[in-house]
Design a binder for this molecule. Structure first.
Ligand code: ADP
Length: 157
């Protein structure tokens, strides 16, 4: 499915963004990231605060099973509250990933110091945020976090 719709002459795309437990644990960082979303002209379509069970974490990151950081990642993502958003704007997927910066925090600090991960990330695993990397993963991840949300219905509104 193509996750776009036209609103006021804007072609909106949906993405799934997560503020991970390391950032949610710090209210000022959580607030700064929420403001960053608003300042960057994203529409907040849905928002949810939640805590994952370990099994949720394993399911969401199944593609990384077997990688050296998998256990660490699974434990971290189920270690405390996180916040998930469905965001909409033009090129939402690319734009949010550009704001996040590279996966690895130390690389982000070196190559893109103004990005979220460079500014707030703690380690390569505890790297503050997640963003879908393609329309297909956005659709899958939106359904994972917001099973009650109908992309089709939203596109047609
Ligand atoms: P991204 O979140 O940038 O799309 P990936 O999908 O490759 O990156 O990885 C998912 C998550 O796994 C990362 O956000 C990070 O928390 C963790 N991770 C990825 N690579 C590493 C690594 N080399 N060392 C530690 N943790 C990692």
């Amino acid at each position: 499915m193509i996750l776009t719709r036209v609103r006021c002459a804007r072609v909106l795309q949906l993405t799934l963004a997560i503020i991970k437990p390391d950032a949610v644990a710090h209210p000022l960082i959580l607030e700064a990231l929420h403001q960053k979303i608003l300042e960057n002209s994203f529409i907040i379509v849905r928002r949810k605060d939640l805590i994952w069970r370990r099994s949720d974490s394993e399911r969401f990151y199944a593609e990384h099973k077997g990688r050296f950081f998998y256990q660490r990642l699974v434990e971290f993502m189920s270690s405390g509250p996180m916040r998930a958003y469905i965001l909409a704007r033009e090129d939402a997927i690319t734009h949010w990933r550009e704001l996040m910066g590279p996966t690895k925090v130390y690389r982000a600090r070196y190559t893109s110091p103004r990005t979220i991960r460079a500014q707030y990330g703690l380690t390569d695993t505890r790297n503050t945020t997640h963003g879908s990397d393609s329309p297909e993963s956005a659709e899958r991840e939106i359904a994972f976090f917001f099973p009650e949300f109908s992309v089709q219905h939203w596109l047609e509104m």
